[in-house]
Design a protein around this ligand. Structure first.
Ligand code: PLP
Length: 397
């Protein structure tokens, strides 16, 4: 008999993963060209070519015991120092190696920091729509997720409701920008206002509220848009970064946490996070991948392929009559479901071999997410089918 908690997770298992599995089955049945799988944020862009060269160089030139051995649970010192220096250059910060902790992707980093911060019944605030795994990650440590409802006009956070939902039990707030599933970047004025709200709440309750910036999509930005670096706006910010999307390395499981020296109880938070990384069973982030990313800090990220997809999909769907906010970053389009029931709409889409994810998976029913990190041809082939799909919903009304 497995644990009740895990049993619940198995039963409510990720809608997105279920879709992904269904996509694989459909591909076997109908062939890849006739299946339009927009379900998972799995980058189709290959890693920059230099990645393979760097891995080869590391394996050839570095001492095997250094590349493959155990290390400090926070990660290689040289890697952490290089990442700190790179952040300082980009964001005008003053980090050193003791502000960086290498993690097993963003998911590993989020779990490590939540494990470090949360006591049972502590509250973690998130803004709908949000990456559904936040609910599981918070629950892993007995925390309660508090959801601020979506502002479906702009998908910027609803700060009035946010302020109302902060309590003496609020330990952390998770912000994800550029956002999965909307592709929206939280504006600088939003971030400034959010910092003020948090400052007021800390004073009112006499507590520390940590803002966790979940940033796997920081590099995937279009039209030169600006993504505010949250530690520069609010002192108690911890950043979670990942190379899964920027370098297209999601299977390699590599990222890091930034824990600035200015955060309340810095020494405790840092040491707690290092221990959490160890006792979660990660021990340390994958060594070869750490050495790799430290050498990729100046690699330019080419978003032109995703941008081409974004333009084609946004234009094609708008012309077909779908409503959506044009994404500024990441590789997702969040579209208003033409019928109220988004789950039913995703079911209807399957008839056209289109796989998309209901907004319910992001606590925002009435919408659907289309991940456009796919081949351009997949989008072009799917557009006429999206048109037929919306026409079908109109006939039924
Ligand atoms: N956070 C968000 C918002 C994501 O979309 C994802 C993955 O899709 C993750 C975290 C997890 O990323 P990683 O592969 O780095 O663990």
């Amino acid at each position: 008999m497995i644990s009740k908690k895990i049993k619940e997770h198995v039963l409510g298992s990720s809608l997105i993963r279920a879709m992904f599995e269904e996509g694989k089955k459909m591909t076997e049945l109908y062939g890849a060209d006739d299946v339009h799988d927009f379900s998972l944020g799995n980058p189709n862009t290959p890693p920059p070519p230099v990645v393979n060269e760097i891995v080869g160089d590391i394996l050839k030139n570095e001492k095997p015991t250094y590349v493959h051995g155990y290390m400090n649970n926070a990660g290689h010192e040289s890697v952490r120092a290089a990442i700190a220096a790179s952040a300082n250059k980009r964001f005008g910060t003053n980090f050193g190696q003791n502000n960086i902790l290498m993690t097993v992707g963003a998911a590993g980093g989020l779990n490590v920091i939540l494990k470090t911060l949360l006591d049972p019944e502590d509250e973690v605030v998130v803004f709908a729509p949000f990456f559904g795994e936040y609910r599981a990650y918070t629950g892993n440590y007995g925390g309660n997720l508090v959801v601020v409802s979506a502002n479906t006009e702009t998908f910027q956070p609803n700060l009035k409701e946010f302020e109302e939902k902060l309590t003496a039990k609020t330990k952390a707030v998770i912000v994800n920008s550029p956002n999965n599933p909307t592709g929206v970047i939280y504006s600088e004025s939003t971030i400034k206002d959010m910092a003020q709200v948090l400052g007021r709440a800390q004073e009112k309750f006499g507590t520390s509220i940590y803002l966790i910036a979940d940033e796997p999509y920081r590099e995937l930005v279009y039209d030169g848009d600006f993504v505010p670096y949250l530690p520069n706006y609010y002192k108690n910010t911890i950043v979670g970064y990942s190379y899964s999307k920027s370098l297209s390395l999601p299977g390699e499981r590599i990222g890091y946490l930034v824990i600035p020296s200015e955060v309340d109880d810095y020494e405790d938070v840092l040491n707690g996070a290092i221990v959490s990384n160890r006792i979660s069973g990660f021990v340390n982030a994958p060594s070869l991948q750490q050495l790799l990313v430290a050498k990729c800090l100046d690699v330019e990220i080419d978003v032109s392929g995703y941008n081409k997809n974004r333009e084609a999909l946004y234009q094609g769907l708008s012309e077909a009559g779908y409503e959506c906010v044009k994404p500024q970053g990441a590789f997702y389009l969040f579209v208003k479901s033409p019928i109220e029931n988004d789950v039913k709409f995703c079911e209807m889409a399957k008839k056209y071999h289109i796989l998309i994810v209901p907004g319910a998976a992001f606590t925002c029913p009435g919408y659907v997410r289309i991940a456009y990190c796919v081949a351009y041809e997949t989008i072009i082939a799917a557009l006429p089918k999206f048109k037929k799909l919306i026409d079908e919903t109109r006939q039924k009304q």
